[in-house]
Write a protein of this length. Structure first.
Length: 286
């Protein structure tokens, strides 16, 4: 159960070591697909089956990233019409927005988009997400001439995250951090213990969950001398709390999760001149 006591006012408290950003720090990854590269990916494959390949790849990447780091509480998927080149077409299919919840989802959880078709699952894991994207792609609807159905975006907007080094951050069995967006210091953070780990989520008076994750189609990044791809999928990892961005154990946990995706064929979109892990956020005091 969440602790609902009020946080201390800025006038009566000193800043804490960590805080909620007033804007996200972001890592963007992408993965390309070549439909002529393997026998399983032939050019004449049904367009819906191509959509299923990229959708399943996106879900598995989200699950891999979340493993031991993020616990999703909701999962949203949207779909649209695309033309023969995979470009968005006019109009939208019926039931274009799907939203998966569980008994653990916050009572005020809402889809980012209008008119969601709400589904429920006992737990939100890889299997539940794969089941939803299959339902989104297989849900009957008649495509206009020259168009076909495609998934458009996946979102995980409501999250718990694994707290690094809980013994150091917890004081008097409480965890308090600063919330820059609401100009509050020493905000009491909801937390729970599971399997020897401490997990935290958004404070009652804040708006930014620890992580926001989304995956969508993209045009891809031009890499010098890189291979040509037919389709690209892009993943955006918004890090909203400093625990997982500043150098330390939390950032190491995030880097390890990203490295797992890089080993599976993902790469940094718009590669920076320095590795993303070398970046250190700079914030002013409240």
């Amino acid at each position: 159960m969440r602790d609902t006591r009020l946080s201390e006012s800025p006038e009566r408290s000193e800043p804490t070591e960590h805080y909620i950003f007033n804007d996200s720090q972001t890592i963007v990854l992408e993965r390309g697909y070549r439909w002529e590269s393997t026998p399983e990916s032939t050019p004449d494959r049904n367009p819906i089956e191509r959509e299923r390949i990229t959708a399943h790849g996106a879900v598995r990447a989200l699950a891999e990233l979340c493993d031991g780091l993020v616990r999703p509480m909701t999962f949203g998927v949207t779909r649209n019409w695309v033309d023969e080149y995979g470009l968005p077409a006019e109009g939208s299919p019926p039931r274009g927005n799907w939203f998966l919840t569980t008994p653990q989802s916050p009572p005020d959880a809402r889809s980012t988009y209008r008119d969601p078709r709400i589904m429920e699952a006992a737990t939100l894991d890889e299997r539940a997400m794969l089941t939803l994207v299959d339902r989104v792609l297989d849900d009957p609807c008649e495509a206009p001439e020259g168009k076909h159905l495609a998934w458009d975006e996946m979102r995980i907007d409501h999250t718990w995250a694994r707290l690094p080094e809980p013994d150091r951050h917890l004081a008097s069995k409480e965890l308090r951090i600063d919330d820059h967006d609401n100009k509050l210091r020493r905000v009491l953070v909801p937390r729970e213990h599971a399997h020897g780990r401490t997990w935290v989520t958004v404070p009652r008076r804040s708006v930014w969950y620890p992580f926001l994750l989304r995956v969508n189609k993209s045009c891809g990044t031009v890499y010098p001398d890189g291979p040509e791809y037919d389709d690209f999928v892009e993943m955006t990892i918004d890090v909203n709390w400093s625990f997982w961005w500043h150098p330390g154990e939390g950032r190491a946990m995030l880097d390890q999760a990203v490295d797992r995706l890089l080993r599976q064929g993902w790469r940094h979109a718009h590669p920076p001149s320095a590795p993303p892990r070398a970046h250190t956020a700079s914030r002013t005091s409240l």
